[in-house]
Structure formats: C-alpha cells, structure tokens
Design a protein around this ligand. Structure first.
Ligand SMILES: Cc1cc2nc3c(=O)[nH]c(=O)nc-3n(C[C@H](O)[C@H](O)[C@H](O)COP(=O)(O)O)c2cc1C
Length: 364
C-alpha cells in the first residue's frame, strides 16, 4: 500500500533516510535452513558503498551490516530477518542551503507536493542510500538462488555515455566485472569509461549509461500470468531503482524494426533437450521463464546533482541560479550494478517460492 514493501512470498520492507540514524530492511518469507553470514551480505554491500573509488561520491560510509533477527547459529529460521546499517559519515550542513530549493530533476519538488514536507538532508528517502537495504536483502535471495538452484546473476556496465562494450555474455564472470572500478568486464572499454567519467567529474557534470542484467541457469516455469509476469515484475523491480529511465528485455526496442522471420526463436533439440536457436525473447515467453538465460538492459540517467549553475525555483517561488556543492556520484552505474543484481534476485526468489507453492518443483 505505502510502496515501502516488495514481493509476495519473499518480501522486503525498507526504512531509513540518507542522513537519519540508520537504513534497514526486514526480509520475510525466507525458507529456514539457509546458511547466511554477515560476510555474505557485507560483500555485496561493499560493491554498492559510497567512497569505494575515485569514480563515486567521496561520502565515506562503511555500510557495516548488523544481522539482528531471523538467523540462529548461522542459519535462517524461517522468521523475519532484520538487517540494519547505521549512517556514519553524514554532513547535513551540506544541505542547509538547499532546504528551500528544488534541485532540477531531483525528487525535492515531488516530495513537497506529496507530503508537504521533506527531509532535505541528503534527499531523505529519495536518496540512493535506501538501495543499501535492497542490496542487503538481495544478498540473501542471491545466496539461496545460487545454493539451491544454481541460478547466477551477473549484471555489468555495458555503456557509459556513448562508450559501450559488445562483449559476449557467456564470457562475463563476476571476477571480470569486479576487476575494474567501473564494473565493465571488457578491460579496454572499461579504461575508456573510467577516463570519460573522470573527465565529466572534473567538469562538474554527470553522465548516464546502461547496465546489462544477465540471469543464468533459470529453470523453466517461473512467472505468474497474467499481471505478475516474470518480465513485468522484473520491469517494476528495476524501474523502482533511483535514476532508472529505461528497461528493455530481450530484443527490447530493437524488435520494433524486425520481422517475425528474423525475430522468432526457433525451437531445436540439443543433446535430447528442447532449446532455441536464438534468444530474442530474453528467456521469458508469456511471462514465464523458458529455461534460457534472462537478459535485460537498464538505462540510468546522468544524475541530477551537478556542480554547474542551473536555473531553478525556490519553495517560495523565487527564480534563482543554483550551483550545488557537496558529495555526489558523477555516474551512478558502477554502484548501481549490485542494486540491479539485488532487485533481480528478489524477483527470482519470490517467483521461485510462488511457483513452488503452486506447482511443486520446476520442470527442467
Ligand atoms: C547508486 C546510486 C547513486 C546515486 N547517487 C546520486 C548522487 O550522488 N546525487 C544525485 O543527485 N543523485 C544520485 N542518485 C540518483 C537519485 O537518487 C535520483 O535521481 C533521485 O532520487 C530522483 O529520482 P529519479 O531519478 O528516480 O526520478 C543515485 C542513484 C543511484 C542508483
């Protein structure tokens, strides 16, 4: 109802503002018996945390996670799990001058229109700090999916501005993604991306890009017709991430220029099993997983907070020129990769449990 919870069986509720006391997630519906440690969660959070490289905001948060309920002797109990990280490196004074100003393309204006007030310190709940809770919860789903079903989620940065990689997804590994600060598995393109982000940052500007999401070893049969199609739920999950402006699955918008004879994924037999020659569907047909890899693309905007003068208006209707100082990401893509992973894991986990409740084991 209030938009702070997600999922039907494997559910998460997040709370916390950017410069409040803490950010937290309550995860409910996780089956008992999954081995989970603070380290399993922390390693995902370290990929998202601010201050991790010269390409991200210098806000230096350690994002140390506290696992406060639902786990006993290293195993989930089937009871709600509480995950919490305190905010430590806050500088609310950075936002004092912004408290009556609508930053262009940020959420200040709409929060005032909706609530009549807002926590102006670091954008409150509109801040990407909220994604910490998603990544923490997603780490549990990700672990379950890998251990019990061998489902693997590997999102990576495919494009920054007009620089993009055409790397073959099957060659992409977590180690390659993590081998550079921009999280692009193509090393020479990653270097170009890093140079571009550094240049843009020096100009006090920001830049957007594309993350490619890849989900491997998906069993067929996940997804609920008709409103909760797997593709629809992935779309909602991904579009709920801050700064996302576009989502396309499989052939996406490219399919509009194709003919059926080019686009159809012909069924074939391979080693006695049914598969398809191509995968324009992106691993989902009729809202249900085919058993092929699921892949999608996510467009992120250049973040709105830039250090250049812009026209705007104050809460008391004065037109002003605004130049924002303070700590911001010049490009959110490197930090958004674990967020895309987490939201993908939450959707897959929820749909696996929904399918299990209805149809027993998935059909291989
Ligand atoms: C990982 C991540 C980091 C972000 N960092 C910043 C930032 O430093 N400054 C900023 O203005 N917006 C940042 N954003 C985007 C804002 O949170 C977002 O643009 C804002 O809440 C308005 O929402 P919308 O763009 O989804 O409409 C970030 C987003 C993500 C996913």
């Amino acid at each position: 109802m209030t938009g702070n919870s997600f999922g039907k069986i494997f559910t998460i509720t997040t709370c916390g503002e950017s410069h409040g006391g803490a950010v937290a997630a309550i995860v409910d519906g996780c089956p008992s018996g999954l081995s989970i440690s603070v380290q399993d969660i922390q390693q995902e959070l370290d990929r998202r945390r601010p201050g991790q490289s010269a390409l991200t905001t210098p806000r230096d948060e350690k994002d140390k996670i506290h696992l406060l309920a639902g786990v006993f002797k290293g195993k989930t109990m089937g009871t709600p799990i509480l995950l919490l990280a305190y905010n430590e490196d806050m500088r609310p004074e950075d936002y004092e001058t912004l408290k009556n100003i609508y930053r262009p393309s940020h959420a200040d204006y709409t929060y005032i229109k909706k609530y009549g007030m807002r926590d102006f310190r670091g954008s409150g709940r509109a801040s990407a700090r909220e994604t910490l809770a998603r990544v923490a919860a997603g780490a549990i789903a990700k672990k379950y999916l890998k251990e019990k079903l061998n489902i693997e989620i590997v999102s990576y940065v495919e494009q920054v501005g007009d620089i993009s990689t055409t790397i073959d997804d099957t060659a992409v590994t977590r180690a390659l993604i993590e081998s550079n600060a921009v999280r692009c598995p193509d090393q020479s393109i990653a270097k170009e991306m890093i140079e571009r982000i550094t240049q843009i940052k020096d100009q006090g500007d920001s830049i957007g890009g594309v993350i490619k999401g890849v989900i491997r070893n998906v069993p067929s049969g996940l997804g609920e017709p008709v409103f909760d199609k797997l593709s629809a739920d992935l779309g909602k999950a991904i579009l709920s991430i801050n700064a996302v402006k576009g989502f396309e699955i499989g052939s996406g918008f490219g399919c509009a220029a194709m003919r059926g004879s080019q686009h159809n994924d012909a069924f074939i037999l391979k080693n006695g099993a049914i598969t398809t020659e191509t995968n324009h569907a992106g691993g989902i047909l009729g809202g249900i997983s085919t058993g092929q890899d699921i892949y999608f693309r996510v467009a992120f905007k250049p973040v709105s907070t830039i250090q250049q003068a812009q026209n705007t208006v104050t809460q008391d209707d004065r037109a002003i020129k605004l130049k924002v100082e303070g700590r911001h990401d010049p490009c959110v893509l490197p930090r958004a990769v674990p967020v895309v992973d987490a939201m993908s894991a939450l959707v897959m986990m929820d749909h696996y449990l929904r399918h299990r409740a209805k149809a027993g084991d998935c059909h291989e």
